[in-house]
Design a protein around this ligand. Structure first.
Ligand SMILES: [Zn+2]
Length: 365
């Protein structure tokens, strides 16, 4: 049976914790990373009903989109549902893990899944992720270039869009003189060595630097490895918040709203005036996405679909975009499919179930 740690590593290879917003609290909230997991329950929120369902099913890990614990808790006495869930989860030995804004901010995450449900094509992030990128350059004897390059790629450097193993390689001559006390891979102590080397350069997110550099050093034949790390000003080429894409053919806007209701199973949509007769370009953000309205307008989207818009914010459509609020829960409902697919692809030894509890606190009458 996989451990909590292995399951987290699977989810966070897809949605690294470093991509979460500064206010967020994604990660393991309750439990021990070495616990073995026999069965998982997936839910957008962790409520008392969801925890009871996990107990009934014998699931010892709940994976949720929204963190149960968001801010500091000074006492746990059962005054509110959060404290009661904490008490009961610990007593029942159930681990709780949240994957929140990190899965909002990665390509193929929450908003990309919404785009997929609507059949959009050419989907990109609406706002690039606020993650620093670095360039790593190293110099390797030609014969060992392949092994060093492979180690760097295995440590997850060299991803650009839907390409991995991206690097540039240049042949040249390295020089060095091994001094007293060295044990050089090539050359003689005290003599200047001219070595045919390959300069390998690649790109990676800054937070992977330590991991990639140590993998590189391990694979490198030299006892003193020469390498450079350059900070970059590039925007993130893939990951980011929200998504924008196009319908394969323009659709009448009233018809599009009808489709939207069906796809997201919402009885009603709050929207601004249908200032666009036809919809072709669609911007989306799962959850509370009003902070991306400017980006949606800048992208020239015909409609911006999200949740949690407030009255005054609807005016900010300025008659050049349609804002469609389909509800926070509804916009994020397909996130659980992403968790499910990742777990099914990577593990075979345990059951993964979707909660049967509708945790949406908002009802429509
Ligand atoms: Zn949310």
């Amino acid at each position: 049976m996989p451990t909590v740690k292995e399951i987290i590593s699977c989810l966070e290879t897809f949605a690294p914790a470093q991509y979460q917003e500064s206010y967020d609290n994604s990660g393991l909230q309750i439990g021990n990373i070495s616990n073995e997991i026999s069965s998982v329950l997936l839910s957008l929120d962790v409520t008392e009903e969801v925890l009871d369902e996990a107990i009934e099913l014998g699931a010892n890990l709940i994976i949720a989109h929204h963190p149960l614990i968001f801010s500091g808790i000074k006492r746990i006495t059962g005054r509110n549902y959060i404290e009661r869930v904490i008490q009961k989860a610990i007593k029942s030995d159930i681990a709780i893990y949240a994957c929140h804004t990190n899965i909002d901010n990665v390509s193929q995450g929450v908003s990309f899944r919404m785009a997929q449900k609507l059949g959009l094509i050419g989907v990109k992030a609406l706002r690039p992720a606020d993650i620093s990128l670095v360039k790593l350059v190293t110099f390797v004897p030609e014969a060992q270039a392949v092994q060093v390059r492979n180690a760097i790629f295995k440590a997850r450097a060299g991803h650009i869009g839907n390409y991995d193993c991206c690097s540039f390689n240049l042949q040249g001559t390295g020089t060095f003189r091994p001094l007293e006390g060295t044990n050089p891979f090539s050359g003689q102590v005290g003599q200047l060595q001219l070595e045919p080397e390959t300069r390998i350069e690649t790109i990676l997110p800054d937070f992977l630097t330590n991991q990639v550099v140590s993998a590189m050093i391990k694979a490198h034949p030299y006892e003193e490895v020469a390498y450079d790390i350059y900070p970059l000003k590039n925007a993130h080429p893939v990951h980011g918040s929200g998504a924008v894409g196009e319908l394969s053919a323009a659709v009448d806007s009233a018809t599009f709203l009808k489709t939207l209701k069906e796809v997201f199973n919402v009885p009603t949509i709050r929207h601004t005036r249908l200032v666009k007769k036809q919809i072709k370009k669609v911007a989306l953000c799962g959850g509370s996405g009003s902070f991306l309205l400017k980006d949606a307008r800048r992208a020239n989207a015909d409609i911006f679909i999200t949740g949690d818009f407030k009255y005054h914010q609807f005016f900010e459509a300025e008659n050049d975009i349609i804002i469609a609020d389909i509800g926070h829960f509804e916009s994020e409902q397909f996130t659980l499919e992403i968790f499910y697919e990742l777990l099914m692809k990577n593990f075979s030894k345990f059951a993964v179930r979707f909660t049967k509890v509708n945790t949406n606190p908002i009802n429509y009458s």
